[in-house]
Design a binder for this molecule. Structure first.
Ligand code: NAD
Length: 376
């Protein structure tokens, strides 16, 4: 079977869905692997490295016409889907809740589209979990981005010129990204506090040496997949009240609170920002899904009247594109391996498999996923 990996077509995407190492793995399994020339330039993988790994470099048009499978990081614009031939299997992030036009376009073009966001959070699927591998790096980079703008150092320093106290970080939302943000800020010597609405998180925060901020907002809990439930407006108000004081004492606030498939809640209000110190930094990791912070602008740095910098960077993991691509490509190679029949040398997606049921959005010209069938 032939796999083709085109260059990313969405602006600002620096990652790639294939690395020379993941290509080697796919070729060993029995796939023929094709890549668009210049595929890895933005993530520092050279054409020669792909060639040495056994990848055949081609142009975009030929790649699409020969491909049985297409691998990408981002899904294409709806208008680009028709570049692919009917019967192709397309694997990428798809944002099926946000971009329903592209789902319809995939069905219309007869392309079988897989959405990596929909992967179940099971032990079996962990090795393919691209959402987690990328969130982990986004959490890391959020701390680096904040540290590089902060006019303070992070660790405590005792010097003959006096003692510097550690910077204070407050992490709101402790999923995969939040945990890595805590770990990274701790490694750099900051004093870290964190809050999440899922009570199970408290122990994890403590085990990283950070302090869990206790706010009583009543019944919360999590879904069977481990995601946070949506709070009532009254609960959000109580949470904001509880967090205002911690924000005011913090040099850096990092928000990672997302709600799967829905707009992120506003957790840091203009009033809370007004109470923060001059020179503080707020990094909003939910900026792409609506933002947790009032006033963040996607991909812009906003300076508030009282000197707080709001960073609403999208695709933080794209700033460490070499490693982000390494992990993403490995997730995809693991998925391909999982569903590859070594005897028949075919990639099969059994429609009754639990993982396939979760990730397969369109098949044979129809929207087949339970949650999106209404788009037919
Ligand atoms: P996410 O990106 O959807 O959300 C980030 C965090 O924000 C979550 O911890 C969530 O509880 C929190 N949040 C939501 N609303 C909030 C609010 N109002 N205030 C404060 N925090 C709020 O989450 P994620 O990183 O995908 O992780 C969700 C859970 O799934 C975690 O427990 C994670 O460990 C788990 N997980 C399990 C697996 C697996 O078992 N294979 C894989 C990945 C993640």
């Amino acid at each position: 079977m032939k796999v083709f990996v085109p260059k990313e077509s969405v602006n600002r995407e620096t990652r790639t869905a294939l690395t020379p190492d993941s290509a080697k793995k796919l070729i060993k399994l029995g796939f023929s692997v094709f890549a668009e020339k210049g595929l890895g330039l933005l993530s520092s993988y050279k054409d020669e490295e792909y060639s040495q790994a056994g990848v055949q470099l081609t142009n975009r048009k030929d790649g699409f016409s020969l491909a049985d499978l297409v691998l990408r990081v981002r899904c294409p614009e709806a208008s680009e889907v028709s570049e692919m031939k009917s019967g192709t299997i397309h694997l990428s992030f798809l944002d099926p809740f946000g971009d329903q036009e592209v789902v319809k376009a995939f069905a219309k073009a007869g392309v079988d589209a897989i959405s990596l966001e929909m992967l179940p959070r099971s032990t079996l699927a962990q090795k393919m979990d691209a959402l987690s591998s990328q969130a982990n790096l986004a959490g890391y980079y959020s701390v680096i981005a904040a540290a590089s703008r902060l006019k303070k150092i992070l660790p405590m320093m005792m010097t003959p010129a006096g003692t510097i106290t550690p910077s204070r970080f407050f992490i709101i939302g402790v999923g995969v990204a939040g945990l890595q943000a805590i770990a990274t800020a701790k490694r750099l010597g900051a004093r870290v506090e964190a809050f999440d609405t899922r009570p199970v998180v408290e122990e994890q925060v403590r085990s990283l040496g950070a302090k869990f901020v206790k706010i009583d907002i009543g019944e919360t809990g999590q879904t069977a997949q481990g995601y946070a439930k949506e709070l009532t407006p009254e609960q959000i108000r109580k949470q904001q009240e509880g967090m205002a004081k911690v924000c005011a004492q913090s040099d850096v606030v990092i928000t990672t609170a997302k709600l799967f498939g829905r707009k992120a809640p506003i957790l840091v209000t203009k009033e809370m920002l007004a109470g923060m110190q001059h020179g503080s930094i707020v990094v909003d990791l939910a900026a792409e899904s609506g933002g947790n912070v009032e006033g963040t602008k996607l991909n812009e740095e906003v300076l508030t009247d009282n000197g707080v910098t709001l960073l609403g960077l999208a695709n933080l993991e794209g700033h460490v594109a070499t490693h982000a691509s390494q992990m993403y490509a490995a997730n995809l190679a693991n998925l391909l391996e999982h569903f590859f029949d070594k005897d028949t040398k075919q990639f099969n997606l059994p429609v009754n498999d639990e993982i396939v049921k979760s990730i397969l959005i369109t098949k044979g010209g129809q929207v087949v996923h339970e949650k999106f069938k209404h788009l037919n």
